[in-house]
Design a protein around this ligand. Structure first.
Ligand code: 13P
Length: 231
């Protein structure tokens, strides 16, 4: 199981350092995606480093951006792209996600492409169309060998931070759609993954790992989740 911790926009420098000490005691291997500001302070033996975002461009006169080559120089191995929070608040498009994926691949950073439907889209039975549209937009022009390098995370927008998750049947249906496009890639589920929901999520055989938001910051809950997950 691949476990990816998305800290989102959280933790001051001192908070990050004490958080890092606490998660250093976790037995399972994981990927940690902290804010850019903490990349230089990453110091874990039990984790790989991930980023939450990357520029669509190479280094240059792009104030406020961070390029894939810069992430690579900090030993970043993974990077989230297309997260619904960036699409909602920063109005990120799938053309931009596509450019980000290409930049990351140039520097051997594994893109974790996030896709998922909104509450309204789900109510209108549009989940399948949305997932396919999002994926095909993000991967246009990629070669077959480039596509093989992606990790895909199914994150229903309505599930993020709400405590609600889809049924195992619903998750399996969506992961099967993704598998039709990416037969051998690692598939993650994200959205209200907790100690409470893990038992239900374990009924989904197509899940290869989890993308954790809120619980990534609550170390005791995270450890309980991991214990339940491995039992
Ligand atoms: P929550 O685990 O807080 O629902 O967030 C999921 C997420 O957005 C991870 O990228």
């Amino acid at each position: 199981m691949l476990i990816v911790l998305n800290n989102k926009c959280n933790l001051t420098k001192d908070e990050f350092l004490s958080y890092q000490e606490k998660i250093a005691t976790i037995d399972e291997e994981f990927v940690l995606c902290p804010s850019y500001t903490h990349l230089a302070n990453f110091n874990l033996q039990n984790a790989s480093l991930g980023a939450q975002n990357v520029s669509t461009t190479e280094m240059g006169a792009y104030t406020g951006e961070v390029a894939a080559s810069q992430l690579s120089s900090f030993n970043v191995k993974y990077c989230l792209v297309g997260h619904s929070e960036r699409r909602t608040y920063q109005h990120e498009t799938y053309e931009e996600t596509n450019k980000k994926i290409k930049e990351l691949l140039k520097y051997d950073i594994i893109p974790i492409l996030c896709v998922g439907e909104s509450k309204e889209e789900k109510a209108l039975n549009k989940t399948k169309d949305i997932i396919e549209k999002e994926i095909l937009g993000a991967i246009q022009d990629l070669s077959d060998s480039e596509k093989l390098k992606l990790i895909i995370a199914y994150e229903p927008i309505w599930s993020i931070g709400t405590g609600n998750i889809p049924t195992p049947t619903e998750i399996t249906e969506v992961l099967q759609i993704i598998k039709n496009i990416f037969p051998t890639n690692t598939l993650l589920y994200g959205g209200s993954v907790t100690e409470e929901t893990v038992t239900t999520l374990q009924q989904c055989p197509l899940i290869d790992g989890y993308l954790l938001g809120g619980i990534s910051l609550k170390v005791e809950n995270l450890k309980n989740f991991l214990k339940k997950m491995t039992n």
